[in-house]
Design a protein. Sequence first.
Length: 220
Amino acid sequence: MRISELSRHSGVPIPTIKYYLRDGLLPPGRATAANQADYDEGHLRRLRLIRALIGVRGLSVSATREVLAAVDERQDDLHLLLGTVLGALPADRDAAAAADDDDDAADDDANAAAPDLTDVEALTARMGWKVSSRTPAAQVVAETLETLRVLGVEFDWRSLLPYAELADRTAELDLDQLRGAGGPLQQAERAVLLAVLLEPALLALRRLAQEHHSAQRYGG
């Protein structure tokens, strides 16, 4: 297809496509003339993933480039591919290892500021979850529990267990949505769209359910 067709099918403006081509996010098409090239379905799939990473997930162009480089290496491993595009795993393994080395070399004050992952590890062990030790989500859970304790709310991993069970079922539903999505790049794009765009709706559903149960328990 010509670049005009690529733009029409992807929903990405031609100037933006040319920018992605110049910046190396999108590989060049097959040259047909001095200033013309043809593009195929592979370009369309990659362009849609770029749009999802930048426009939906909110990554910068440089961060998107790193993720795409990792995607190229991990297309034969859908688990690592999804972890990369969703931000559950570092895009650059070498950078992640270097970051771990830097953490080990940090001073005592920096180490003291790191959240205690004991509760998170106990929770994931009880749930039988196989998760990366570097996943940002573990840090968020640990920091939230720590904040609750500082504010005088007794809330530990056991308190989170019923929520984790609900999250487990939600995650199954999330991955069920990837069935029939096509190849790895289409599945990665769909995962980004569903994970990011559905989160506000899931929170809103929780608020609606809270209103309903509050009305049942305490309403006139």
